[in-house]
Design a protein around this ligand. Sequence first.
Ligand code: COA
Length: 259
Amino acid sequence: MYQTILTELAEGILTITINRPDKLNALNRIVIEELAEVIGTVYDNPEVKGAILTGAGSKSFVAGADISEFLELDGYGGMELAKKGQDMVFSRIEHSSKPILAAVNGFALGGGCELAMACHFRLASDNARFGQPEVNLGLVPGYGGTQRLTQLVGKGKAMELMMTGAMLNASEALQLGLVNHVTTAEELMPKTRTILQSIITKAPIAIAKVIELTNLAAIGDPNGLTKEIHAFGELFNTTDAKEGAKAFLEKRPAVFTGN
Ligand code: COA
């Protein structure tokens, strides 16, 4: 169905694997278009409750935007590439009401690090490497790196990483809060699935609100606390909130329906 992406839907989880291992899964125009399409599926298919993004092979998650497409670009083309990617893929991942996790299985450089950072949170295998090496090409990150890296690791460390283009290993990324867990290569997908499986048993509207409100905090929205008050109130009108409290009082697991 896709040229550059593999998808598998099992137990409500859509696993999306970027599949250009001979090019370390670099993001060319086709990958971006196909990712946009598959994110549409995450949004629209009611059978999909959450998604995992990963890369094919054992070496790379995504080694960045496809540099072979850069020589032909002028200023307008570069801006269009960044805007299209951000609008169609990166921002839509970040604002998805369904949880999307990154399972980083190797190099996550440039657009790859940005793709992982657009996800709601990240797990990494112990051979993962993170970096924003765009300055080596005379560029800056274009898929949200300057903003999301700063949100995740703080201004000083983000400046250093983007100015030096240096790579972080998995334990450094863990220490900085860029990833939440580090596993062996074998354990990466099972552990990511276990966490996502647990998340998708919760009330979907509550999960959607957590994503929305936490995204507001990350951009320093001055109305974040007020919006939290409203969301807290709105959720009391949902069937799932009634079910959650009832199930607790009846000492049984809650059965949420997304209503
Ligand atoms: N765009 C296009 N092709 C890429 C790529 C990218 N971002 N990253 C890797 N590739 C290709 C290589 O050109 C090579 O293709 P070839 O076999 O046809 O020559 C193949 O993937 C394997 O990469 P290679 O460089 O041989 O692997 P390596 O193990 O020696 O080095 C990296 C791995 C990740 C350190 C190195 O590939 C690299 O620095 N990539 C670019 C990272 C980058 O700058 N990303 C930001 C882009 S904005």
